[in-house]
Ligand binder design. Structure first.
Ligand code: SF4
Ligand code: SF4
Length: 421
């Protein structure tokens, strides 16, 4: 007879062991979804950087946190913060809907940055042979940092109507890995990405735990979630396999209901538990296996986005400048001469788009910047170092052209802003 923490297990009363096959399947399903999302958004990011007109939308339009950053602007003035698209708001809605049912399943089952860290963690365990944990006295206060990042980034975005944390965002840096602007404009974000991945070699999901503002936001919402990991204390043999499996270092074996906001609903603890029907993702009356939780949570997210796409609200392609302008003038469908909003010109904009939307002749760009017609379908960020057509400078030039074409004819490149994008 052996004694566990609070119960006795006799040889004739052995626990029913959970089959290993479903455990493996749970991991395969979760990682397959995460890998597919990572591959898809990576491809979209590269195409956005490299393709011309009709390219996919950029990282800012495909991140639910962008929806949160623009929320105040949307509510107070009905407008979106520059760079943000309605798609981000819809992604935010889908993410919140998932969180209300399945806690931070977005973090554990969908987020590509979380998956990159998990890959790093897996590599770290191969290198070091074990998973480390930060001492509790340091870990607990450090986890509050992400709430500070959340408050600061929303405070700045909501008061300045700008994406203030964009240059420091590791995901934005990742999506610009193939961009010529990477080091100059996203150097800090790249450093944060490197620190996050190196940190995850040693401590699972390093960025998620300590710095991710989206994780902090979802942690607040997950308190109201329907499904949570629940432990049957009667059948638990106190082996602590669940604690060892948890990438967020939640003390599962000490809880009957895991209400810790750090839980990302990955189901790793449930998959690791050797005793059948001891851990489950449960609403109290209904229990799900990690696989069905994956299917339902990712399925809910995908269905909402597919519905928004079918309704024409979720855009996957970047609208041209002309399309953006025409949306601002829906009654006539045309842009009044001289009413072009130069703030729409970004690093990803092509000169051809400016020509079409603003009415500035293509020859003017050849005369002022020396950009030949054959190069005018390439994004400004790829031309700026060769021809000096920095987006900020082009904005200044176009603004001058629209008010005084004669003065614009003798415009000296570099008179406008040549930093930023
Ligand atoms: S408690 Fe379980 S479901 Fe939650 S993060 Fe830890 S392993 Fe994943
Ligand atoms: S894995 Fe956790 S819940 Fe399952 S038997 Fe071991 S201690 Fe109990």
């Amino acid at each position: 007879m052996t004694t566990t923490r609070d119960k006795t297990v006799s040889p004739g009363d052995r626990p029913i062991l959970a089959a290993k096959g479903p455990r493996r399947t749970a991991r395969i399903v979760r990682w397959a979804v995460l890998a597919a999302v990572l591959a898809m958004v990576t491809a979209l990011g590269i195409l956005h950087q490299r393709a011309g007109a009709g390219r996919p939308v950029g990282v800012d339009a495909l991140c639910p946190f962008g929806g949160l950053e623009t929320l105040w602007s949307l509510i107070s003035s009905g407008t979106l913060v520059r760079r943000i698209a309605l798609s981000s708001v819809l992604l935010l809605g889908a993410t919140v809907a998932v969180a209300l049912v399945f806690r931070r399943a977005f973090c554990g089952r969908i987020c590509p940055l979380g998956f990159l860290q998990e890959l790093s963690g897996r590599l770290g365990r191969r290198i070091f042979g074990r998973r480390l944990s930060v001492p509790a006295s340091l870990d607990k206060p450090a986890r509050l940092l992400k709430y500070v990042v959340l408050a600061a980034s929303l405070g700045l975005a909501w008061t300045t109507a700008d994406l203030a944390i964009r240059p420091y965002d590791p995901w934005v840096a990742y999506q610009h890995l193939t961009s010529p602007e990477l080091v100059a404009e996203f150097g800090v974000g790249l450093a944060v990405l490197v620190v996050s991945l190196v940190g995850s070699l040693l401590y699972d999901r390093f960025f998620c735990k300590y710095a991710c503002p989206m994780g902090a936001f979802l942690a607040l919402i997950s308190r109201f979630s329907i499904f949570k990991v629940r432990r049957n204390a009667e059948t638990c043999i106190d082996c602590k396999a669940c604690d060892r499996a948890c990438p967020m270092n939640v003390n599962v074996s000490a809880a009957t209901t895991v209400s810790n906001p750090e839980c990302i609903d990955c189901g790793e603890c449930v998959a690791a538990c050797p005793v059948a029907d001891t851990l489950a993702i449960s609403s109290g009356t209904r229990s799900l296996t990690p696989v069905t939780a994956s299917v339902f949570s990712v399925g809910l997210f995908a269905t909402l986005i597919a519905g928004a796409t079918a309704a024409g609200a979720f855009e996957w392609s970047q609208p041209t400048l002309k399309q953006e302008m025409e949306r601002e003038a829906p009654a006539s469908g045309t842009v009044a001469p001289g009413s072009f909003d130069v703030s729409l010109i970004k690093g990803s904009t092509t000169i051809s788009e400016v020509v079409e939307a603003a009415g500035v002749p293509a020859e003017a760009f050849t005369a002022v910047y020396g950009v030949p017609a054959s190069e005018q379908d390439r994004p400004l960020k790829e031309l700026k170092d060769v021809y000096g057509c920095y987006p900020g400078d082009v904005r200044a030039f176009v603004e001058l052209y629209l008010t005084d074409p004669a003065a614009a004819a003798v415009y000296v490149p570099g008179s406008g802003e040549i930093e930023g994008h």
